[in-house]
Design a protein around this ligand. Structure first.
Ligand SMILES: CC/C=C\C/C=C\C/C=C\C=C\CC(=O)SCCNC(=O)CCNC(=O)[C@H](O)C(C)(C)COP(=O)(O)OP(=O)(O)OC[C@H]1O[C@@H](n2cnc3c(N)ncnc32)[C@H](O)[C@@H]1OP(=O)(O)O
Length: 302
């Protein structure tokens, strides 16, 4: 089986060049994330970046409506935004949030894992791995301002951040709910959760596919702070000050010390993990389970 093209190849084939604030805000000079004037937002169709270079950070807003499902194109755009901020010395931090009301992310895009061929599954999974590795190991401080429901792959993305603020709305549950779909959280999803909440909580949460409402997410340590909905971004910004006050090299090396062993587990067996995923997701029973789940999502509207 031909394994995936690299993410950079992917990038070339899928992405338009950087564009200035597509959509409603196109061409406007918006106030920067931290309130600075005259700094232009930039981004790609599905990721809006509001830079505040004077304050050293940018707000990265996910906007892949309706539910910020992590399609291949969206993953690629998130990676490019991250790469662009990482390579600019003006930026030391990112606040990751959603531009889709009530939804942080519905997780991996089920349409990418259903009814496609093995080459596509491999390409998709390589992009999912890349997203996790890049966010998990980023030298930037990454804080997620979780302003909506946040399932599975979306939760993984938040767990890859250094700090999580969650909006206090009982509808905004968050967790790795893979088993509810009849699938299994890969070992590196599991490791990321264990590193955050500990083994026992992760064991129970993963088997039962638990989605934790804010108070419980805080109690088990899945998030670090729960705040009223209209204060998620400001709380993330306030928290950032503490992280940015630490000498950068010391913080970055410490982050790497804590996270590299977990990332190395995947890096050592990346191709095998892709092949496992392709084999698993191609099984008739798994394809059927995903179709049934998608159908249920659609039916709940009627
Ligand atoms: C041996 C082991 C080896 C390897 C590992 C093996 C396997 C691991 C494989 C995969 C891991 C996957 C992790 C994932 O992330 S799976 C995705 C899990 N996500 C969910 O369960 C969330 C599903 N969505 C919802 O619950 C809801 O949509 C909602 C609560 C997020 C939002 O509810 P709303 O009522 O506001 O919106 P809806 O009407 O439900 O949805 C609108 C629209 O969007 C479609 N949709 C929703 N979620 C997804 C998705 N994840 N992917 C694609 N599409 C999605 C939904 O069907 C609606 O579509 P239509 O408008 O009806 O067309």
């Amino acid at each position: 089986m031909a394994l995936a093209v690299g993410i950079r190849g992917l990038t070339r084939s899928l992405l338009r060049p950087w564009v200035r604030v597509p959509g409603p805000a196109r061409g406007r000079t918006e106030p920067a994330a931290g309130g600075g004037d005259g700094v232009r937002c930039f981004g790609s169709p599905r990721v809006l970046v509001e830079p505040d270079p004077a304050a050293g950070f940018a707000v990265m807003k996910m906007r892949n409506p309706p539910v910020n499902s992590l399609s291949l194109e969206f993953l690629t755009e998130l990676l490019i935004s991250l790469e662009k901020l990482e390579s600019d010395k003006a930026f030391h931090a990112i606040i990751l949030t959603s531009d889709c009301p009530g939804i942080f992310s519905a997780g991996l895009d089920l349409m990418e894992m259903c009814g496609r061929d093995p080459t596509h599954y491999a390409e998709y999974w390589k992009a999912v791995q890349e997203l996790w590795l890049r966010f998990y190991l980023s030298h930037l401080v990454v804080i997620s301002a979780i302003n909506g429901v946040n399932a599975a792959g979306g939760c993984l993305l938040a767990l890859s951040c250094d700090y999580r603020v969650l909006a206090d709305n009982p509808k905004y549950a968050m967790g790795l709910n893979e088993t509810l779909l009849g699938i299994i959280a890969p070992f590196w999803f599991k490791d990321t959760l264990v590193n955050t909440v500990g083994h026992r909580t992760a064991e129970r949460a993963l088997q039962l596919g638990l989605l934790f409402p804010p108070a419980e997410a805080l109690q088990v340590g899945m998030v670090d702070k729960v705040v009223p909905e209209d204060q998620v971004l400001s709380a993330a910004r306030s928290e950032l000050a503490q992280w940015l006050a630490i000498p950068g090299h010391a913080r970055q090396l410490t982050k790497s010390l804590m996270r590299k062993p977990t990332a190395d587990r995947l890096l050592k067996e990346r191709d095998a993990d892709i092949q496992n995923f392709v084999r698993f997701i191609s099984r008739d029973a798994i394809q059927k389970a995903l179709r049934v789940y998608l159908e249920k999502l659609k039916q709940k509207k009627t």
